[in-house]
Design a protein around this ligand. Structure first.
Ligand SMILES: Cc1cc2nc3c(=O)[nH]c(=O)nc-3n(C[C@H](O)[C@H](O)[C@H](O)COP(=O)(O)OP(=O)(O)OC[C@H]3O[C@@H](n4cnc5c(N)ncnc54)[C@H](O)[C@@H]3O)c2cc1C
Ligand SMILES: NC(=O)c1ccc[n+]([C@@H]2O[C@H](COP(=O)([O-])OP(=O)(O)OC[C@H]3O[C@@H](n4cnc5c(N)ncnc54)[C@H](O)[C@@H]3O)[C@@H](O)[C@H]2O)c1
Length: 481
């Protein structure tokens, strides 16, 4: 007899959701968490703090109605303390909400760092005691930690990762961001909106390569207007902290020989699975070179009663997908039927301006030789865009040229991460052009973008069809009898 039917290691979205699902099925469940804050990276240092910081930047400095963050002349630049105050508040409330949910569902929270003793037994190292617990099933939901710079320590002052960024005492004046992925771009755009001088460095030629290129071009254009410098296609050759006029500063040398000086360096080149402390060999498991675990479609590792979900299994590594993976893992271990997670999940980048996408990009469709047409709507042509004062937002839909089905939606501008869900529903239900051409939305709303972009795509498709028909008719008329 084991102590629990399920033990989840980690209280992030994957662990939480698995635990609640198992409890709803009448199972005895525990969550082990090493941090004081319950809620995972998601609540403690990741999603929630970064999004709350963004909101504080917009509310305290950038004009709240405008997503591209133009500072209003009247406002004085806020201090780090002012920006962080709201973050601490929201983190505490969110963590409390999670703890309430766990307690309502009779889930035992065990404090300490877990490691395997054998495939069913975990040792939990708490602050003052050690405890052994056994589980019929175990879910590894330990998430990730930031990759650390090589040859220099992230001191939390001059060199920071997303774990320590929001503990800064002072707003920096010059920031260098190494790694133009989601974390790097989100924070870079927030600092730029605060009037901080930002340089972004990435060894790849473009930031956020997985996004539709037209949308990223628009983002780069808007960030350059905020004086952001992009140093892409150039790796970091060395990084050091130097004393200069009584101040400590970061000095980066790029592979091309260029130098970047900053009073803070955000190191954001990706994340590693947090599996090193788990003593995986005792469970018969092994992680890959980035600390991640391999699972099958049911989220089982190679040891069938040990499951893994969330960031520790890699892509897509988002809060919502991690939750769903946790729930599905719990359903599978206790024989509850569940549909697999839909493939059309949205991606939201909370930069200033906001970006969101669902479905395919133009680049993916071109590579796969899928015939498509795009429809564009610009926020400046949409009444709600004018009302919001957002004249730079852009919205794009991609339709299959012959079948009219919706293949992708891409948006940059106010409300992008909310707006995308209409497209997600239509893609999921196999709808397309006809739906948008025949549907009436509330007015004035940003949803009008769907209508405008659909007409734009329909007109382009119609023009090509007419030209083709005319060409065919001409060819027929000229053909010898
Ligand atoms: C700066 C930042 C911003 C982000 N923004 C977004 C966003 O806007 N939208 C979005 O969808 N996603 C975002 N993410 C990603 C999102 O936070 C993750 O996808 C999500 O938190 C993953 O959930 P998880 O359950 O896998 O684990 P995590 O949330 O990573 O939680 C894992 C937990 O396991 C605990 N743990 C680890 N090892 C042990 C051990 N040995 N014993 C006990 N406990 C252990 C950790 O302390 C942690 O609490 C962001 C991430 C970062 C870093
Ligand atoms: N809004 C969101 O959904 C959101 C927000 C933040 C984070 N996240 C999650 O966090 C994860 C990690 O984010 P991230 O931004 O740290 O990683 P990432 O993998 O998204 O980006 C890392 C970037 O660093 C670059 N890079 C790597 N090594 C480099 C080097 N030596 N020099 C210069 N550039 C280098 C890469 O080319 C890449 O562009 C994301 O994959 C995502 O799952 C999601």
């Amino acid at each position: 007899m084991y102590d629990f039917d399920l033990i989840c290691i980690g209280s992030g979205p994957a662990g939480q959701r698995a635990a609640v699902q198992a409890s709803k099925l009448g199972k005895r469940v525990a969550i082990i968490e090493k941090q004081t804050c319950i809620g995972g990276v998601c609540i403690e240092t990741g999603t929630i703090p970064s999004k709350t910081f963004r909101e504080a930047v917009r509310r305290l400095y950038a004009d709240p109605g405008i997503d591209h963050g133009t500072p209003t002349a009247r406002k004085a630049r806020p201090s780090m303390d002012q920006l962080i105050a709201q973050v601490d508040n929201v983190v505490a409330k969110e963590s409390e909400t999670v703890q309430d949910a766990l307690s309502r569902n009779d889930i035992e929270v065990i404090r300490g760092r877990a490691s395997f003793e054998d495939p069913h037994t975990l040792v939990v190292d708490g602050i003052s005691s050690k405890r052994r617990v056994s589980g019929a099933n175990i879910l590894i939901a330990v998430g990730t930690r930031p990759a650390e710079p090589r040859g220099i320590a992230a001191d939390g002052k001059v060199v920071v990762t997303s774990d320590s960024l929001l503990q800064l005492e002072k707003l920096p004046r010059k920031v260098a961001v190494v790694g133009a992925g989601v974390i790097g771009i989100e924070y870079a755009s927030m600092f730029a909106a605060l009037g901080v001088q930002v340089t972004i460095i990435d060894k790849r030629p473009r930031p956020l390569e997985f996004l539709d290129h037209e949308i990223v071009d628009e983002l780069v254009h808007q960030m350059r207007k905020q004086d952001v410098t992009f140093r892409c296609g150039d790796g970091v050759s060395s990084m050091e902290v130097v004393e200069h006029g009584g101040q400590r500063e970061g000095l980066i040398e790029l592979e091309s020989g260029k130098h970047v000086v900053a009073d803070m360096i955000l190191f954001s080149v990706g994340r590693q699975g947090a599996t090193d402390a788990l003593n995986l060999p005792a469970a018969g498991l092994e992680a890959d070179d980035r600390g991640r675990l391999k699972v099958n479609d049911d989220h089982q590792t190679s040891v069938s009663h040990i499951y893994a979900a969330g960031d520790v299994i890699g892509y897509p590594a988002l809060a919502a997908t991690s939750s769903e993976q946790g729930r599905l893992a719990a359903c599978h271990m206790f024989g509850k039927e569940a549909q697999p997670m839909g493939i059309h999940f949205p991606i939201g980048i909370y930069a200033i301006p906001e970006i969101s996408m669902v479905g395919k990009t133009e680049e993916e469709l071109t590579a796969a030789r899928v015939p498509y047409e795009t429809g564009i709507a610009r926020f400046r042509e949409i009444a709600r865009g004018q009302i919001l004062g957002d004249d730079s937002g852009m919205f794009k839909m991609i339709f299959h040229r012959d079948e009219g089905t919706l293949l992708g939606v891409h948006c940059i501008g106010s409300g992008a991460t909310e707006l995308i869900h209409i497209g997600q529903a239509v893609i999921g239900l196999g709808g397309g052009l006809d739906y948008f051409l025949n549907t009436v939305f509330n007015y004035p709303t940003l949803a009008e973008c769907y209508k405008v972009a659909a007409f734009n795509a329909a007109n382009k498709i119609q023009t090509v069809q007419s030209l083709k028909q005319r060409k065919a008719a001409k060819a027929e008329a000229e053909a010898p009898a």
